[in-house]
Design a protein around this ligand. Structure first.
Ligand code: ATP
Length: 140
């Protein structure tokens, strides 16, 4: 089995989508190995999204990600990384509503920024992101 990292972003929590999202996760055959609600500060949000630090949307992204608590999770199933990305749908929730209407971002997201969930984009990212939040999974 494979692990991936999932996050319900501030708009997902404040919009009360947590139960709907967790149901979709469990119905798709994932096991939720760990979960934790955290409030990100600017430093932590910036480090998590360090790969985007030079992008024009970075300051807005940090502001969004620190606007309220997030729920971080470790999910496990066969092919977890790709299957979780498929379940959440495209980055832009507006487009997701048209092209992937049953995706989580279509159901719970608002636009290109406020897209309610995150998912690791590769097994390498999954490892980094899981150990970023869950000490027990860090090898170092
Ligand atoms: P995530 O990494 O959160 O799962 P993703 O891989 O689909 O999302 P990325 O390109 O890695 O998308 O962007 C990270 C996050 O930054 C997006 O989920 C979104 O919240 C925000 N974002 C991305 N592009 C833009 C943009 N052009 N304008 C505003 N916000 C953006």
């Amino acid at each position: 089995k494979e692990k991936t990292f999932a996050m319900i972003k501030p708009d997902g929590l404040s919009g009360n989508y947590t139960d709907e999202i967790k149901n979709a996760i469990l119905e798709s055959g994932f096991i939720i190995l760990r979960e934790m609600t955290v409030r990100l500060d600017e430093d932590t949000a910036g480090k998590f999204y360090a790969e985007h630090s030079s992008r024009s949307f970075f300051p807005a992204l940090v502001k969004y990600m620190t606007s309220g608590p997030v729920l971080v999770m470790v999910l496990e199933k066969v092919n977890a990384v790709a299957d979780w990305r498929a379940l959440i749908g495209p980055t832009d929730a507006q487009k997701a509503k048209v092209t992937h209407p049953h995706s989580i971002r279509a159901m719970c997201g608002q636009d290109l920024e406020k897209n309610c969930v995150h998912g690791s984009d590769s097994p390498q990212s999954a490892e980094r992101e899981i150990s970023f939040f869950f000490e027990e999974f860090s090898s170092g």
